[in-house]
Design a protein around this ligand. Structure first.
Ligand code: UT7
Length: 325
């Protein structure tokens, strides 16, 4: 029996021009290149220019994804933008992207699951495409975390950066086996008991300000590997696949030690894990599509490959999605 699958047609990404190295940061707060590299693997991050907003980054990534898909903006009838740093409290930054691309039909909305945002957005768009109400979705992760960082707090300001990435998903009829192209399975999880371990200390309903990011890094770290590998194991079981069959693992790019910890726990060789954290730091919801785009451009991820994306972040939220490219 045939089924509808959400097939990836294109991918694109964008990083702001300005780069901030670990050495630059060492001149701003009490830190060092050695500490940042050893504890996180991060060497540099990109910072949006004054007046460059989350929707601007998202539009550039979306245009590149559309070009890779060989599609025009009018082909899109759904935009899901994962972000924790929207341009404004409302409307959704997704509608700014929609207007800038000249799309007047369909629906556009933001998805708020912080660093897990892209995984949540792909799973949500996939459900909506499979339900038959939409045909082609732009799924975007775009963030300007530099705007919510306390640049005097060395425990957080060295970790995060700005950027955007996007994929185009298209509803296609497939055979209904794991050999199909497209999204094959997804697992999403949240546990609000952890909400104070990674949060922003402001908001429209509390302080009336945007606030600054606060993180108990060690506590987040302690949960990250178990939560992500748990979601991956669930997706593998639900789809009848094994970790060995997966060609590429594309984790949220938060910390090289977390990325390595997940690979070790799953028994996956590091050659199968895409890591770009050194180049752009933790860009929250943008990190997975940025890593995907890098691995497509350098020829690692190819059509037909089995790709697992996985993330964990504030909330806590976590999840994984298995996609045959
Ligand atoms: O994206 C979503 C989720 N976020 C994450 O996944 C982040 C998870 N957490 C982490 O990646 C790590 O916990 C960090 C990279 C944030 C911190 O690494 P850590 O190995 O857990 O270090 P720590 O917090 O235990 O700090 C160790 C030491 C402390 O000094 P003392 O108390 O041992 O004297 C810190 O004060 O390092 C100090 N420290 C720094 N030193 C230099 C903390 N930040 C810095 C810094 N430069 N930037």
């Amino acid at each position: 029996m045939t089924v509808i699958r959400s097939v990836v047609r294109g991918c694109g990404s964008y990083l702001p021009a300005r780069m901030l190295t670990n050495h630059d940061l060492a001149a701003m707060v009490d830190t060092s290149d050695d500490w940042i590299v050893q504890r996180t693997g991060i060497r540099q991050r990109h910072i949006a220019a004054a007046g460059e907003h989350t929707s601007d980054l998202a539009v550039k990534a979306a245009e590149r994804a559309l070009a890779a898909a060989g599609m025009a903006p009018q082909d899109i009838d759904l935009i899901v933008l994962a972000t924790a740093t929207p341009d404004n409290t409302f409307p959704a930054s997704a509608v700014a992207v929609q207007a800038r691309l000249g799309i007047t039909g369909g629906a556009a909305f933001d998805m708020q699951a912080v660093c897990s945002g892209f995984v949540f957005a792909v799973a949500t768009a996939d459900s909506m495409l499979r339900a038959g109400d939409f045909k082609r979705a732009l799924v975007i992760g775009s963030e300007t975390f530099s705007r919510i960082l306390d640049w005097k707090d060395r425990t957080t300001c060295v970790i995060f950066g700005d950027g955007a990435g996007a994929i185009v998903l298209e509803a296609q009829e497939q055979a209904g086996t794991t050999a199909d192209r497209g999204v094959l399975g997804a697992k999403l999880r949240s546990d609000g008991r952890h909400k104070e371990k990674l949060y922003v200390d402001g908001g429209p309903s509390t302080t009336g300000t945007a606030g600054f990011l606060r993180m108990e890094g060690k506590e987040v770290f302690r949960h990250a590997v178990g939560m992500m590998t748990g979601a991956i194991t669930d997706v593998l079981a639900a789809t009848g696949t094994t970790a060995q069959e997966v060609d590429w693992f594309v984790p949220h790019q938060a910390n090289q030690r977390i990325i390595d910890g997940c690979a070790h726990k799953l028994g996956v060789p590091s050659e199968k894990v895409i890591s770009t954290v050194a180049q752009h730091g933790n860009t929250s919801a943008a990190s997975i599509p940025l890593a995907l785009d890098t691995a497509i451009h350098d020829g690692r991820i190819k059509p037909g490959d089995l790709v697992m994306i996985e993330a964990m972040g504030g909330g806590f939220t976590w999840g994984a999605v298995l996609i045959r490219w």
